[in-house]
Design a protein around this ligand. Structure first.
Ligand code: PFF
Length: 437
């Protein structure tokens, strides 16, 4: 058997996994979901879920991937051959990759369109009404969104086809630092606008009366979506991580960087939203309608709008790469296809599903809601139960303590994955389907 492709360095692992985690979820979804769910209170719950459940589930996925050296579909067959039940996680993972990428690529296509418009200076002469009509017309029309979706999917395929080291890692190492630089520039600009304080208050001052069962579910779903956990994307990357790398370090750094970027996206967006008196709860159109407005009202607007949409495009690209890789790993490992063929087939299937999402916006909403609020948390429960109760502490220990980790880390981790994470996620679910009143 030929040797499995792998990431070449620690920085490569972190750049690729952070590339998966940091995406439209941080810059497009986090601000609007936060805006719709009451601001600071949502943010606190979100942070709580990232630390208490997100990091442990991410570590669990890395363990599953590296230990099995397999796609998420095959991983449970390798790790626990006697228990076929867990293979459902593999099936759900591949299904979730299809669902997510199909609506993700639609929004990513909007991003390509807006990058083109921003570069061509076609957003700057529009009134707020015209910008909102532009977005409405564009997002509800047919051919342009489909065209840009296809362009985006081929950009994704172009990276994935290069393989793990020469494709995914190589581009992540270049694109992630660029993304970081752009977002810092945008934050500095936004924070220095007069009236920005209200935005900071909205983001960081919790109003606990806003917390409802639904807000908690949204925060949990957002935490899973943002970290790319619960469906095997991180496990797939884990299968390319060499034995010498420290998984605890990787899980903690990636989660922290992801959270930092979500906060920075909030800081780049809300102070400007408030400074220019725009509604924070504009929904999915927030970054496409309100931001161009803001750019038009500030000095250097052209530069900042190009920077922003390039940022969004980079973020979307490195995440969709990881979604496509889940499917490609399944095709190459399980169905023994060549990477080239697997990538092309995966891309074409995703495009077809994406086109359905363009044609039927209800499908778009249904895919978005089902994947982040249902499939990912459910996958997360099963992954943590598997690590906690089925894989065995010795094997977990071998994976996470190979670099002289502390015993206390292992013990806390085991308690979380065995008991806390499954119960907490199940409670949030039950509350939302009305079982807890
Ligand atoms: N984490 C990505 C984002 O925040 O945009 C979305 C995502 C990528 C979710 C990969 C799941 C996944 F497997």
């Amino acid at each position: 058997m030929s040797k499995r492709d792998s990431f070449s360095s620690k920085f490569g692992v972190i750049a690729a996994a952070a590339g998966s985690a940091i995406g439209l979820g941080n810059i497009w979804r986090f601000p609007y979901v936060l805006g719709e769910n009451g601001g600071g209170a949502f943010f606190l719950i979100y942070l709580f879920f990232i630390v208490s459940i997100g990091i442990p589930v991410m570590l669990s996925e890395l363990v599953i991937g590296r230990r099995s050296q397999s796609s998420i579909f095959g991983a449970f067959k390798v790790l626990c051959p006697g228990v076929s039940f867990f293979q459902v996680v593999g099936v759900m993972g591949v299904a979730a990759a299809f669902l997510i990428l199909s609506f993700y690529s639609v929004v990513a296509g909007w991003t390509v369109e807006y990058t083109v418009l921003a570069i061509g200076n076609q957003l700057s002469d529009k009134t707020p009404e015209q910008l909102s009509v532009l977005f409405q017309d564009f997002s509800t029309s047919l051919w342009r969104p489909i065209f840009y979706l296809v362009v985006f999917m081929f950009l994704t395929a172009g990276i994935v086809i290069g393989g793990v080291k020469n494709g995914i890692e190589r581009y992540a190492k270049i694109l992630m630092p660029v993304l970081f630089l752009i977002i810092i520039i945008l934050c500095v600009k936004s924070a220095s606008l007069s009236g920005a304080v209200e935005g900071f208050k909205f983001l960081f001052q919790p109003d606990f009366s806003k917390i409802t069962g639904n807000v908690v579910l949204e925060a949990l779903g957002q935490a899973f979506f943002s970290l790319s956990i619960g469906m095997g994307a991180i496990a797939t990357y884990g299968s390319y991580v060499q034995k010498k790398e420290n998984l605890v370090h990787a899980a903690v750094s990636v989660s922290m960087v992801d959270t930092l970027i979500a906060v920075l996206a909030g800081v780049a967006i809300f102070p400007a939203v408030f400074a220019f008196n725009i509604q924070p709860d504009a929904g999915p159109g927030l970054v496409f309608v309100t931001l161009p407005n803001i750019f038009n009202q500030m000095g250097g607007g052209y530069f900042f709008s190009v920077a922003f949409f390039v940022l969004l495009l980079i973020a979307a690209l490195t995440s969709s790469v990881s979604l496509l890789e889940v499917v490609v790993a399944y095709f190459t490992d399980e169905l023994k296809m060549s990477r080239k063929y697997a990538t092309l087939l995966g891309t074409i299937l995703m495009i077809v599903l994406g086109v359905f999402c363009v044609i039927y916006p209800k499908l778009f909403d249904a895919f978005e809601w089902t994947s982040s609020n249902l499939l990912l948390p459910l996958g997360g429960i099963l992954i943590s139960v598997f690590i906690g109760w089925f894989l065995g502490k010795d094997k977990v220990k071998e994976e996470i303590e190979a670099h002289g980790g502390k015993v206390v880390i292992l013990n806390v981790f085991m308690v979380i994955v065995k008991i806390f994470a499954p119960i907490a996620v199940a409670l949030v679910f039950m509350k939302n389907i009305g079982l807890l009143g």
